[in-house]
Design a protein around this ligand. Structure first.
Ligand code: GAL
Length: 415
């Protein structure tokens, strides 16, 4: 009898502990590929260790277009999740609409203003207050290559887009697909952006941040479209609609030589047990070695009801910035920690190169927000650029001159 009473007390105690401290967070994201899922599971595990319940709300689809559509419909019906993967200027759009909650207390306790590079902390704030927590910094302008395919083809890693064509011809002649690509608007835009980047930071800024009509219509932009269409000639016939991680697996398996993709691709190589510098190599996208297009993933926090759930949400924000999470998540994700002064020991050569380039580019003006990944322009402008870029890529008869005219008009209409 005494035993039963004791165990009942224990149960009652654990229930009350659970009800006073444990809450639930529903987290919307689009991290469903092998490397992405391994990464987000790190956070889920840490939250569960704190006693909280993690409600996973994964909406498949690279770069999150579908996830953002679902988020909008949930918000419109007055029921947004506690947290969502939202990035760059879109954080401001949600903040302006009054949906996001204030994280200043957690940020103050964790010294976020000190431990984060300014370019990161600025992005996380709305009207001077923290509303989102950064999980990483991705570099977008990367070329991933299978060294074995290059050897067999007698080709070298291209360092300019002009050379890309020469090397891609050799790879094609040897019977491989030169470029693994997935024909989805955001992947087309990722490739387009890497080609535009070769024209320099001034051009890139003026086109995608300044949205200058003159730059959008310039000879340089015509040339970017011209190269973009040439590169289109080196993808295989099955590219249309292909997911980005399937394209990465073509490089992993040795069917294709290269992929132009942000370093979430490294997450796929890692998940497949491949080693940087041995099984695969990473180089800056042709002609962009001095530049760094950044893409900061972050979880923005929505206003939620109930003290326990609010506590869970604040704990989530705290855990994200802790060194333990920043290290394990980024080892899986292929990105580098958003937090400064972390040990580099466990990271591979691609991550080291990204860390060096992040620092170097911040002092030369070559650290640039990725247009293709929602860091440079509003979602409206980004959508307008996506449409023109993808239509051009898929339309054999459209000339580069017509494309720049469409681009300039579409951007103007969406501003
Ligand atoms: C990006 C996102 C990355 C990555 C990629 C593919 O926009 O920032 O974290 O996962 O999409 O889904």
């Amino acid at each position: 009898m005494k035993k039963l009473a004791l165990s009942l007390t224990a149960v009652a105690f654990s229930i009350s502990a659970a009800t006073t401290h444990a809450g639930e967070v529903e987290v919307l994201h689009w991290w469903t590929s092998g490397g992405e899922a391994a990464s987000i599971n790190v956070l889920k595990g840490l939250m569960e260790e704190e006693g909280h319940t993690w409600k996973d709300f994964a909406v498949a689809g690279g770069a999150g277009e579908s996830a953002m559509t679902v988020l909008k419909s949930r918000a419109i019906s007055g029921n947004p999740p506690a947290s969502a993967q939202i990035k760059g200027p879109t954080i401001q759009e949600w903040g302006d609409l009054g949906f996001l909650t204030n994280l200043d207390d957690v940020a103050k306790k964790g010294d976020w203003d000190v431990v984060l590079p300014q370019v990161v902390s600025n992005t996380m704030k709305h009207e001077g207050h923290y509303v989102a927590a950064p999980v990483n910094v991705h570099r977008v302008n990367w070329l991933w290559a299978n060294p074995e395919v290059f050897r067999k083809s007698g080709a070298s890693i291209p360092t300019t887009w002009k050379q890309f064509i020469t090397e891609a011809d050799k790879i094609k002649a040897a019977g491989f697909t030169p470029l693994a690509h997935g024909g989805q608007a955001w992947q087309d835009a990722t490739l387009f952006e890497a080609i535009a980047l070769e024209k320099g930071a001034k051009f890139y800024n003026s086109a995608f941040i300044g949205l200058s009509d003159t730059t959008l219509r310039s000879e340089d932009m015509i040339d970017v479209f011209r190269t973009f269409k040439k590169v289109r000639g080196y993808v295989d016939s099955g590219f249309s609609g292909r997911d980005w991680n399937i394209a990465t697996s073509m490089v992993i398996n040795g069917d294709a030589a290269m992929q132009i993709m942000g370093d979430w691709a490294k997450g796929e190589f890692t998940a497949a047990g491949k080693k940087a510098g041995i099984d695969y190599v990473c180089y800056p996208a042709p002609g962009t070695s001095e530049m760094f297009t950044f893409n900061i993933d972050s979880l923005a926090m929505f206003k939620v009801k109930g003290e326990d759930n609010q506590k869970a949400q604040q704990d989530l924000a705290r855990l994200i910035l802790e060194p333990e999470f920043q290290e394990t998540f980024n080892l899986n994700k292929g990105s580098i920690p958003a937090r400064l002064n972390m040990s580099r020991e466990k990271f591979d050569t691609c991550a080291h190169s990204s860390m060096d380039s992040f620092l170097a580019s911040s002092s030369t003006g070559n650290l640039l927000p990725s247009m293709a990944h929602g860091m440079a322009a509003s979602s409206m402008v980004q959508g307008a650029i996506y449409d023109v870029v993808t239509n051009y890529f898929n339309d054999e008869s459209m000339t580069p001159e017509v494309a720049v005219d469409k681009l300039a008009r579409a951007v103007k209409a969406s501003m």
